[in-house]
Design a protein around this ligand. Structure first.
Ligand code: GAR
Length: 205
C-alpha cells in the first residue's frame, strides 16, 4: 500500500480532506503518520480521532535538526510520499535530496503570484485582494530548495471579488485545496506523474 506522511502546523482541514478521501476509497493510500511542528495543532486531534499515528516535533526542541528528524521518521516508516499541508517550517538538507520529487506542498494562491517568504495563511489572501486580482486559487507543487518554487502539479482557480475579505477568499480557496491535494496524491500514487525539469506531465486515463 502506498504510504504517505502528512506534515501540518495548524487546523489541518487539508489533512481532513485526505483522511476523508482515504475513507471513501478515492485514495488507495495509508496515512502512515502525521507530523506537526506544533503541539497545539488541531490537526493532531483529527489524526487521533481517526486512529492515525501522530507526533509533534517542537521547533524549540529540534531547531535546525527538524528536517533530519523528519527524514529519520519517514525512512523508518517506509513512507512513499510526504505531503506538507499547512506546514510552516522550512524543510531542507538531506531530506530534500533523498525525497526529491516525493514531497508535495499545497499553497493558497496561483504560484508564482503571492508566494515565497512571509506568504502563508491569511497573508496570501490579503495580498491578492489588495492587488486587485480577479482570480486566485491554489497550487500543489513539488517541494524543492526554494520557497514555493518547485514544479507545479495542479492549480485550481476561484474568482476574487472587489468586496471580498481575506476570510471569504480563504474559504473559497480552501474548498479547491480540498479537491486539489487529494487529486495530486492520487495521481502520484497511481504513478501517473512525471517530472522533467520544471514541467510536470500527467498521464491521461
Ligand atoms: C492552507 O490554506 C494552506 O494552503 C496554507 O495554510 C493553510 C492550512 O490550512 N499553506 C500555506 O500558506 C503555506 N505557504 P489547514 O491547516 O486547514 O489545512
Amino acid at each position: 500500500m502506498f504510504k504517505i506522511a502528512v506534515l501540518i502546523s495548524g487546523g489541518g482541514t487539508n489533512l481532513q480532506s485526505i483522511i476523508d478521501k482515504v475513507k471513501s476509497g478515492y485514495l488507495n493510500c495509508k496515512i502512515e503518520i502525521v507530523i506537526s511542528d506544533s503541539e497545539k495543532a488541531y490537526g493532531i486531534e483529527r489524526a487521533k480521532e481517526n486512529n492515525i499515528y501522530a507526533i509533534a516535533l517542537s521547533k524549540k526542541q529540534y531547531g535546525d535538526k527538524l528536517s533530519d528528524e523528519v527524514l529519520k521518521i519517514v525512512e523508518e516508516k517506509g513512507v512513499d510520499l510526504i505531503v506538507t499541508a499547512g506546514f510552516l517550517s522550512i524543510l531542507k538538507g538531506d531530506l530534500l535530496k533523498k525525497f526529491k520529487n516525493r514531497i508535495i506542498n499545497i499553497h493558497p494562491s496561483l504560484i508564482p503570484s503571492f508566494c515565497g517568504k512571509g506568504m502563508y495563511g491569511l497573508n496570501v489572501h490579503k495580498a491578492a485582494i489588495s492587488y486587485g486580482v480577479k482570480a486566485s486559487g491554489c497550487t500543489v507543487h513539488f517541494l524543492d530548495e526554494g520557497t514555493d518554487t518547485g514544479p507545479i502539479i495542479i492549480q485550481k482557480t476561484v474568482p476574487v471579488f472587489a468586496e471580498d475579505t481575506a476570510e471569504l477568499l480563504q474559504k473559497r480557496v480552501l474548498e479547491k485545496e480540498h479537491e486539489a491535494l487529494p487529486e495530486a496524491i492520487r495521481l502520484i500514487a497511481e504513478n501517473k506523474v512525471e517530472v522533467q525539469e520544471r514541467k510536470v506531465f500527467i498521464e491521461n486515463n
